[in-house]
Design a protein around this ligand. Sequence first.
Ligand SMILES: [Zn+2]
Length: 301
Amino acid sequence: MNTPHCRFCNAEPSLQSIKGKFVYGGTSEQHFWKCSDCQMIYLFPPLSEEKELEFYKKEFEKYMEERTAQDKDWSTPEKHFKSNQREVIRRMSFLKRYVTPKQKVLEIGCSSGFMLSALRDKGIDVYGLDPSEGFIAYVRSKGIQVYKNLEDLQRQHDLAFDLIIHYYVLEHIRDPVEFISQYMELLNEGGKMIFEVPCATDPLVELYKVPAFDRFYWSVAHHWYFTRESLTEVLKRTGYTFELFPEQRYDISNHMTWMLEGRPGGLDRYSHIFGPELDRLYKQKLKENWLCDTIIAVVKK
Ligand SMILES: [Zn+2]
């Protein structure tokens, strides 16, 4: 087996070890490696840029539909929009302290536009970017300005933003430092970038170590999996000040279903027994220990 140099800090092969052996959607040669120097977890070998482009152009929605079959509905934009309304509520409970009417907000990777639509309802001036062809017409039909890439957007508008958001995008990006730096330049002074990424110290990986989850979790669509430590390394390199917050998306029923049946989709299964208060406490304890499935980052300009 070919042991790589770290894809992030170039540390030597002796400092690299396999963290995720099985890559969902990948080949038997691909693994997620962890660097003991910078703590980054990265796919190696990565997809070629050509193959990656093709993947997002043609296959991404279908891939996600298979992967999240019982959880989010990727089959049509209408269903995707609807099945993400619960996510809107969760994300807004954090985001609301950062938004005020008339702000200009850009979402990178806006998908079916469910976040932008909710923000627009609060009187915010919203713009979206999404490279995938699947949902663009639908987002436009809602009267939201969405573009395939930044060049297309800048051809139409000369804008600076108050807030830039992206959810589950950074782990897909080949050069995360360059990506953040590039978009931070589009912010007004005092503006913020707020984003979420999966947290690799997910309790199903680090606490319960569920074998079926391990064969599901490490996705070929990701270049990186971040932890509190490795995301700190990434953001330090951008030179901006930032804060990280632990977040837990999936509930106790989802975790029990993984443990019982080795499959996703258990959301709310036992909530009629345990109720919301236990779930809130359960999530709080996981977050306090950074054994949680999500990291929220706030980067300040
Ligand atoms: Zn490294």
